[in-house]
Design a protein. Structure first.
Length: 311
């Protein structure tokens, strides 16, 4: 039996981090905290459910942005900690998952209080509430701009002859922060629409209805983010195209080899580790297998075990 493992450097820290996103998230968190206080106080004083919901929603975003910021810091702080077998990147993913849970809780909170306000309407002081809602939207758009710059897909392309297209990879921690800001911007728009409709058309019920609609949209976004981050945290990557690419490389080896065990998981944005157990009648080394797999740059850590094929 041959057994060997390799990695490109002695470090198992496969993700370089995102210091630009960390800085911008901190700025966005400070702006959000200031605006949150204005909206919550304004919604409470002027009896606007949409404004109050947006303010409380923004408070969750402030917490989420703070969580994203400290996740980046923690990932960098513990980067050389030997307790983390494959680096600290999943600290960021855990933060994204937690943000998604928080977003879902806020959606439920928004829906509950909007239904309550629909059943028990109150008078809204439109002239005072509208300027605060507009200011909230401006702050949200600024934060969205801050977080969207650099919130991009990472194109993982390989120059090998197989020509497979690799999926686009997100920074899920930054995506979670960005999604919180976008969700808040949408609820701000709903609040403004509801306030103007109530003031000029007398549709005071729209304030609560749009609060419910906003809650539904936020819940859908939160659920999608929960799925995406949970998949990474649970190493549910065996349906990823890279798995089939590994199998194709093994099939193309110069000798007949049988894959008896294969495990693939993500260790960074667009980067994977794998454990591969093979059986073969012919003589082949672990180094040859690793060399064959090296055409896929997204595979950054490989452990290979080769056993004689049973007759």
């Amino acid at each position: 039996m041959q057994h060997s493992a390799t990695h490109r450097t002695h470090s198992h820290q496969f993700d370089e981090g995102n210091p630009l996103a960390q800085k911008r998230i901190l700025i966005a968190a400070i702006l959000t905290a200031v605006m949150m206080l204005l909206e919550v106080i304004g919604g409470w004083i002027f009896n606007s459910m949409a404004l109050l919901a947006d303010g409380w929603h923004m408070s969750s975003h402030m917490l989420a942005l703070g969580l994203a910021y400290f996740a980046y810091r923690a990932a960098r702080h513990y980067a050389r900690d030997q307790r983390f077998s494959f680096g600290t990147w999943k600290i960021e993913i855990l933060a994204g998952y937690s943000s998604a849970i928080l977003l879902l809780v806020v959606a439920i909170f928004m829906a509950f209080h909007s239904v309550e306000r629909l059943i028990y309407p109150v008078d809204i002081q439109y002239n005072q509430a509208i300027p605060i809602a507009i200011l909230g939207l401006v702050i949200n758009l600024i934060c969205a701009w801050l977080l969207h710059d650099g919130h991009h897909h990472h194109h993982e392309e390989s120059s090998h002859s197989h020509g497979h297209d690799h999926t686009h990879e997100h920074d899920l921690n930054q995506k979670a922060a960005f999604l919180h800001v976008v969700a808040d911007a949408v609820t701000s728009v709903f609040a403004i629409i509801a306030l103007f409709a109530g003031k000029y058309m007398g549709w005071s019920f729209l304030d609560a209805l749009l609060g419910i609609l906003g809650a539904i949209l936020v819940a859908r976004w939160a659920y999608g983010l929960i799925q995406e981050t949970a998949k990474t945290l649970l190493d549910a990557e065996m349906n990823h195209p890279v798995v089939e690419e590994i199998r194709e490389v093994i099939q193309d080896l110069p000798v007949v080899v049988e894959v008896t065990d294969l495990h693939v998981w993500k260790v960074a944005k667009g980067k994977f580790a794998c454990i591969l157990a093979l059986s073969s009648h012919a003589s082949i080394s672990a180094d040859e297998v690793r060399e064959a797999l090296s055409i896929h740059e997204e595979i950054v850590h490989v452990s290979v075990e080769i056993n004689p094929l049973s007759v």
